[in-house]
Ligand binder design. Structure first.
Ligand code: DSN
Length: 423
């Protein structure tokens, strides 16, 4: 995808902010500078378009609109109703879904609503374990999911590092869960949604897909969709999908009422209508041929980056990637995930430490790193650039004394592919 043009990115509103609150205005500018002067490889981040940012910074933030279009608890909702209806129509059309709810404030809120719609406290849910790539909301003991529900888990096999579908089925038969969750935050491969559907049907469970990480690739038709198989699909809107920070839910028509009630009034009060409008903008952008090219390029870049990092001595977990992210095992380099994250940070490369399956280290140390290509692809980088990125990461991780030199090369590279180009 071509680099974005952003002028006039800040507009008169930013002038107002600078006058009224120079302290916060300065932080906004410094963060923008941090983001565009380094390499952003966090797999769950992206650079939203100026149009999405404009909707987010709009007066729709002022409006209370508890309820749904045409059924609100406040007057004056005619205009925000239109935005939400357009967003719902765009979501159902883009994903071929029977129903969409754009109100969840985040991915965790969307997941909470799915639990609320289908599971009562104390009942059983089967989900991927966090150390194998699952998410906090998939049953971690420090999260509502692990405190209020009886959680059974599955993981990946030690030899292939792929989801063990036999274990998923065994666990389902043993625990008879009310809901099965498919989806992960650090799993680089495609998930077999048909296999999950078969297992869910065998035990009479609801199938919930947490598609937060990869829904943008589905929107761009770059990977298969979970929508035909799942009862409910929950996701964030700010990862590959490149929308505002927030959540969304798709579901079958038979579950529409339960999901809508679980989002509001069970889990949330007033929706963030500026975010709902920004989600609608992102959905329009995601329905374009340009976005489809972007989604394909995200994967091509991730594959090139994983191969490049393998050449630097980092082992791609599961052998590579089919998606936007790669997980790298650093054990043979004798560097922990935390050390690698810190060394990259010093070289203007932002990524995160990550546990690998069967990790001997505790999560705050970790034996791996996770890298993703949504942001660099939005900047217009290509597989040839990923070779350079891999070499820069390799030097940053293995030669900490070269941090300044690596940072200088990062600066040259990102100048060729500017994010939020300076007006
Ligand atoms: N925290 C997100 C991630 O980085 O994967 C998932 O919610």
């Amino acid at each position: 995808m071509s680099a974005m043009t952003t002028a006039p990115f800040w507009g008169p509103d930013f002038f107002e902010l600078e006058q009224e609150d120079p302290e916060i205005a300065g932080i906004l500018l410094s963060e923008l500078e941090r983001a565009r002067s380094g390499l952003q490889l966090i797999a769950s981040e992206n650079f939203t378009s100026p149009a999405v940012l404009a909707a987010l910074g709009s007066t729709l933030s002022n409006k209370y609109a508890e309820g749904y279009p045409g059924r609100r608890y406040y007057g004056g909702c005619a205009e925000v109703d239109k935005a939400e209806i357009i967003g719902i129509e765009r979501a159902t059309a883009l994903f071929g879904a029977e129903h969409a709810n754009l109100q969840p404030h985040s991915g965790a809120s969307a997941n909470l609503a799915a639990y609320g719609a289908f599971v009562a406290p104390g009942e059983t849910v089967l989900a991927m374990s966090l150390p194998h790539g699952g998410h906090l909301t998939h049953g971690s003991r420090v999260n509502f999911s692990g405190r209020w529900f009886d959680i059974a888990s599955y993981g990946v096999t030690k030899d292939t590092e792929l989801i063990d579908y036999d274990q998923v089925r065994d666990q389902a038969l043993a625990h008879r869960p009310k809901m099965i969750i498919a989806g992960a935050t650090a799993y680089p491969r495609l998930i077999d949604f048909a296999a999950f559907r078969t297992i869910a049907d065998e035990v009479g469970a609801i199938l919930m897909v947490d598609a937060a990480h990869f829904i943008g690739l589905v929107a761009g038709k770059a990977i298969p969709s979970p929508v035909p198989y799942a009862d409910v699909v929950c996701f964030t809107t700010h990862k590959v999908l490149r929308g505002p920070r927030g959540g969304m839910i798709l579901c079958k028509a038979e579950h529409a009422k339960a999901i809508d009630k679980a989002v509001f009034p069970m889990m949330q009060g007033g929706p963030l209508m500026h975010a709902v409008a920004a989600k609608a903008v992102a959905l329009k952008e995601a329905a374009t041929p340009g976005y489809q090219r972007y989604a394909a390029n995200v994967i091509a870049n991730a594959q090139a980056l994983a191969a490049g990092l393998a050449a630097e001595g980092m082992r791609p977990v599961s052998g590579g990637t089919d998606t936007h992210l790669a997980l790298l095992d650093l054990q043979s380099l004798g560097v922990t995930g935390t050390e690698a994250e810190q060394r990259c940070d010093a070289a203007a490369i932002t990524l995160n430490k990550n546990a690998i399956p069967y990790d001997p280290q505790p999560p705050m140390v970790a034996s791996g790193i996770r890298v993703g290509t949504p942001s660099v692809t939005t900047q217009g980088m290509e597989p040839a650039d990923m070779k350079e990125v891999a070499s820069l990461i390799g030097r940053a991780v293995t030669q900490p004394s070269s941090a300044a030199a690596v940072a200088a090369e990062v600066s040259t590279l990102v100048a060729r592919h500017p994010a939020y180009e300076r007006p």
